[in-house]
Write a protein that binds this ligand. Structure first.
Ligand SMILES: Cc1ncc(C[n+]2csc(CCOP(=O)(O)OP(=O)(O)O)c2C)c(N)n1
Ligand code: SF4
Ligand SMILES: [Mg+2]
Length: 319
């Protein structure tokens, strides 16, 4: 097993004291260490926000990207080099506000990327405005008036978008979060973990005390089993309905754990491999793109040969 320290950078972690992001960072470092994934085989793409700084603090390849655009950037990385473990760390504003369309599109594609939502219900970096996960009528301390818009439920949106691994965790329950992260990373397909993350600086509603009184683990429910056991549409429908029903619980009791996991849906990489059987051996990152003198290599005959049969079959089907 690699050591947790191998995933730490020597950059000063400048989040506020007691910020829930510390728990998320530690859980990620431990999960990667326990899975023994070398840092150079992992990429973390993050957006803009306090959460966006994660890519500086996790010792893997990192991209601190444009606000809301981490998912398409991560998709490009994964498609160019499908052997990498690709993580996205973003805020609730970054992923469910400005970046929402990309969030939905990733679920639909089921591309093997792990999205970690730092869900603090505020725009932390810009001083505590309401984010898309703050409920209507709520007013955190920097808001002059209560929130006029209602929330989006990240679990319901993820289930409806087609994510094949959907979970919620709590940033201060580091061991549980670590285990969920490990399961998400091992899952072949698009995964999302909505991490409830206290922001002690701006969010005076969703505090550790609030969560302590309400959170319960889905695992503790009798007969809770979120994993689909086979490619049976009836079972899929039943597991999805249960997950949707659980996602509506947000009050005196708030569930955390894995809501839904379906390993039987083909990932986008599997689908691309069907179109191009040489994809894994010849993914874009493996291609030599220039000669020693810098002249670009465009190997049209090889590409044509790879796609010929596929194109003939498609034409036959549509003629
Ligand atoms: C295109 C663009 N619009 C707006 C901003 C301003 N901005 C910076 S961070 C942020 C929101 C951060 O909130 P969230 O994504 O929830 O992250 P947190 O700070 O809470 O971790 C906004 C609106 C920006 N940087 N770029
Ligand atoms: S503002 Fe909130 S989310 Fe940002 S670092 Fe401080 S406590 Fe964390
Ligand atoms: Mg936020």
């Amino acid at each position: 097993m690699a050591s947790e320290a191998a995933y730490r950078t020597n950059v000063w972690v400048d989040w506020c004291p007691a910020c829930g992001n510390f728990g998320i960072l530690t859980a990620m470092q431990r999960a990667l260490a326990e899975l023994n994934i070398p840092p150079d085989k992992v990429v973390d793409v993050s957006g803009i926000g306090c959460s966006g700084k994660t890519s500086h603090f996790l010792n893997v390849n990192g991209v601190h990207n444009l606000h809301g655009r981490s998912i398409p950037y991560a998709e490009g990385i994964k498609l160019a080099n499908p052997e990498l473990t690709v993580l996205v760390n973003g805020g609730d504003g970054d992923l469910l506000g400005i970046g929402m369309a990309h969030f939905v599109a990733l679920g639909r594609r089921n591309l093997d990327i792990k999205v970690i939502i730092h869900d603090n219900q505020v725009y932390g970096l810009t001083k505590g405005q309401a984010s898309p996960t703050l409920r209507a009528g709520q007013r955190v301390k920097s808001m002059p008036l209560p929130n006029m818009q209602d929330w989006v439920n990240p679990i319901s949106v993820a289930l409806a978008s087609g994510y094949t691994f959907v979970a919620r965790a709590y940033a201060l329950w580091i061991d549980d979060l670590k285990e969920i992260l490990k399961a998400a990373i091992k899952h072949r397909g698009a995964a999302v973990i909505d991490v409830l993350q206290p922001c002690p600086t701006w969010n005076n509603i969703y505090t550790p005390d609030f969560y302590k009184q309400r959170l319960y683990k889905l695992d503790s429910e009798k007969d809770w089993d979120p994993y689909v056991k086979g490619p049976d549409p009836k079972e899929v429908a039943e597991k999805l309905s249960r997950a949707f029903a659980k996602a509506q619980e947000w009050g005196d009791r708030i569930p955390v754990g894995i809501f839904y996991a379906n390993p039987y849906v083909e990932s986008f990489v599997d689908n691309v491999s069907k179109v191009n059987p040489m994809y894994m051996q010849m993914s874009p990152a493996k291609n030599v793109i220039a000669k020693d003198d810098g002249t670009p290599i465009v190997d049209v005959p090889t590409m044509r040969a790879i796609f010929k049969d596929y194109i003939i079959n498609v034409r036959k089907k549509h003629n």
